[in-house]
Design a binder for this molecule. Structure first.
Ligand code: BEZ
Length: 211
């Protein structure tokens, strides 16, 4: 059965570049990002891991724990980690799973047999502190992901988890948001005392709470 948004993120125990880790213990009430890489020593993955390492302060600021996965052995990760540091100017600063038996990739449906029967696609899962899947994105192996977009979505997920708002097209942190349809105008008066702009009765624009 497909893993869907709202499902509990499967737990697993795996060898990583930071030792043996049980995923649910690692999350430990934080937000988390789990993302897969088709294979070690591949060029696109090398750039993605270097960039994600550079973004670590941004993930930390949002209370997000990051974990990567590649379907190779732990002894192969050390040499690749050195290459990532040398070529991308940033050392790995989060655990990278050595999923050589594809146990985690299988649980998370990261292998799409009609694309490749042994390598993963580029999956990204954002998982909430309640261990539920909040977002899943899948890219083909040949297309590097946009990790600035992952951060943007996390900003939206964290905001909408706290306030009864949704974020419009291309929204960025700090911009106006939308009052969710489930909130009546009567209830909205209490929640958004500074008012809103009702472009349509169902399209109510409001300043981002807390911005
Ligand atoms: C890469 O990471 O560069 C890559 C991996 C598999 C297929 C194509 C590119």
């Amino acid at each position: 059965m497909a893993l869907l948004i709202g499902d509990t993120a499967p737990d697993f125990e795996a060898d990583t570049t930071e030792g043996r880790i049980r995923f649910h213990d690692y999350i430990d009430g934080h937000w988390a990002v789990l993302f897969s890489h088709p294979k070690n020593y591949t060029p696109v993955c090398t750039t993605e891991l270097g960039y994600t390492a550079k973004l670590k302060p941004e993930f930390d600021k949002r209370g997000v724990k990051v974990m990567g996965l590649s379907v190779d052995k732990i002894e192969d990760h050390a040499g690749w980690a050195k290459d990532i540091e040398d070529t991308q100017g940033a050392a790995l600063n989060f655990p990278l799973i050595a999923d050589h038996d594809r146990a985690v990739a299988t649980k998370y449906e990261m292998i799409h047999p009609n694309a490749d029967d042994s390598l993963t696609v580029r999956s990204v899962f954002v998982i909430g502190p309640d261990k539920k899947i909040k977002l899943k994105i899948e890219y083909p192996a040949s297309t590097g992901r946009n990790f600035d977009e992952v951060l943007r979505v996390i900003d939206s997920l964290q905001l909408t988890a706290k306030h009864k708002v949704a974020t419009p097209v291309n929204w960025k942190n700090g911009e106006d948001v939308i009052i969710v349809p489930a909130v009546s105008d009567e209830d909205a008066k209490g929640q958004f005392p500074d008012g809103w702009n009702a472009v349509r009765p169902y399209l109510r624009i409001v300043k981002q709470p807390g911005a």
